[in-house]
Design a protein around this ligand. Structure first.
Ligand code: GDP
Ligand code: GDP
Length: 454
């Protein structure tokens, strides 16, 4: 067991690969560069299949089907984790935290040659609190001399550190035995998707007309439905009928409460926006059409795309626009909103009610795109054509080969492209543009990640 061979064979997912099929889920977490991907590749072997639609698995997490000693389980590969870092690392940290939430067990990977960093210790504290079974992998223990480095990791209080070399395979059999010893036979009860009304976040900077629009929508269709079967209703949310359909508007209480323009108000309103997005499936970002697009508008739009939610842009106060402003706005849209050119736009007036009936169709379009799945066969014949016509640029004399792609998830659509080498960001953007040209995806962000295989 162990050694340099491939201890475990990844197995192809079930046809259609629609769920974990009652398998327990193992989340692999750790800082960037500790060797998580190398270890996951070793656990899976070469024929790793991506499982689609594992509940709660979103963003750059990818789930694989694995088997060890006849037991099947799902491995979820997460991004790196820097608990105290801001920006991108902070977001990745959130993703790892979410991975822990949906996992039945955690494989925490540490670079034993570096030892436990502050970040690792913070992760350890989160793991303690999570109550999930944890196996600690002390990676990069390539030979017996390095085992002392592994022993030092007892200090984390997570039990025995398993020395392993993901690169060479050393110790990986024992590690997997330990993992299966703590992983429960069956997955925990996973949260299931509610069938209730679709959840909408109505967001935008102060004074663009959010509460006016909400009042208009509520007033025009006399809604405020109280009980819809199967919905757990937070009292701050509100059921509103728009376009003959009932929608759950998130945090309407927060919209109605007038926040005083005090210092820090923007900070708190951005926290509230983030929370509403977290709970929502689709966002209406409201903009004041009579004023230039501001940086705050841009930040709010970025929050939507980064949260991976469907998007509708609504330009409000259309009643105030003269011809000159209309022309300026067209230019601003091209210049400032080009990166979300895929989002449906509606030009409305909360005051007069102009075109508010276009909101519901736009919401439906965006939500449909958000849940779209392209069958693997179709995706790959498309990819073959695109890459054949326009291959990726060469890097240090070599042209990376694009092997195949799969759609790893929906809501939003996430694609994983397997290649033999790094793909330039420009080429990824090219692929995204082509995907949109050929498959639509109006109103939804899409994500493309690259997995390099030797
Ligand atoms: P991740 O960011 O945590 O997924 O880390 P990777 O799997 O990409 O590995 C980061 C670097 O560490 C790569 O250069 C790997 O080749 C190297 N690495 C991974 N595992 C080992 C190991 O067991 N021993 C050694 N010496 N290097 C390793
Ligand atoms: P919120 O801060 O985003 O909730 O914005 P409010 O709904 O409080 O609206 C801010 C101001 O814009 C108020 O004075 C509204 O009367 C006004 N307003 C909202 N929608 C429209 C509109 O469509 N046209 C015009 N002319 N004024 C509007």
């Amino acid at each position: 067991v162990g050694g340099a061979g491939l201890p475990v064979q990844g197995e192809p997912g079930l046809p259609g690969g629609s769920s974990t099929g009652g398998q327990p889920v193992l989340a692999v977490v750790g800082r960037p560069n500790v060797g998580k991907s190398t270890l996951v590749n070793r656990i899976l072997g070469r024929r790793a299949a991506i499982i689609e639609d594992v509940p709660g698995v979103t963003r750059d997490r990818v789930a694989y089907d694995a088997v060890w000693n006849g037991r099947r389980f799902t491995v979820v590969d997460t991004g790196g984790w820097e608990p105290d870092a801001r920006g991108l690392a902070g977001r990745v940290a959130e993703q790892a935290r979410a991975a822990i939430d949906t996992a039945d067990g955690v494989l925490f990977v540490i670079d034993a040659t570096v030892g436990a960093t502050d970040a690792d210790e913070a992760v350890a504290r989160v793991l303690h609190r999570s109550g999930r079974p944890v196996v600690l992998a002390a990676n990069k223990v390539d030979d017996a001399r390095a085992e002392a480095d592994a022993a030092a990791l007892w200090s984390l209080g997570l039990g025995e550190p398993y020395p392993v070399s993901a690169l060479h395979g050393r110790g990986s059999g024992d590690l997997l035995d330990a993992v299966l010893a703590v992983l429960p036979e069956a997955p925990r009860e996973q949260f299931t998707e509610e069938d209730g009304p679709r959840r909408v976040a109505l967001i935008g900077r102060p004074n663009v007309g959010k509460s006016s629009l909400l009042n208009k929508l509520v007033g025009s269709e006399r809604s405020l439905v109280d009980d819809v079967a199967g919905t757990t209703r937070d009292p701050v949310d509100e059921l509103v009928t728009v376009g003959g359909e009932t929608w759950m508007f998130i945090d309407t209480a927060g919209l109605r409460r007038r926040v005083k323009e005090a210092s820090g108000a923007e900070y708190y309103s951005s926290l509230r926006t983030a929370a509403a997005l977290e709970a929502a499936e689709v966002a209406i970002v409201l903009l004041d059409a009579d004023e230039p697009v501001t940086e705050q508008d841009q930040r709010i739009i970025s929050m939507v795309t980064e949260a991976g939610r469907a998007l509708v842009l609504a330009f409000n106060k259309w009643d105030l626009l003269d011809t000159e402003r209309r022309l300026d706005l067209e230019q601003e849209i091209v210049r400032d909103l080009g990166r979300v050119a895929w989002a449906p736009r509606v030009n409305i007036s909360a005051r007069t009610g102009r075109a508010t009936d276009r909101l519901a169709p736009a919401l439906r379009t965006s939500l449909e795109s958000w849940g779209t799945r392209i069958p693997t066969g179709r995706l790959n014949s498309w990819l073959g054509e695109i890459v054949g016509a326009t291959p990726p640029p060469s890097r240090s004399g070599k042209i990376p080969r694009v092997l195949f792609a799969t759609q790893a998830g929906v809501r939003p659509p996430r694609f994983v492209v397997f290649t033999t080498g790094f793909l330039e960001p420009a080429y990824r953007r090219f692929l995204e543009r082509k995907l949109r040209e050929d498959f639509g995806f109006a109103g939804t962000p899409i994500e493309i990640s690259i997995r390099v295989r030797e």
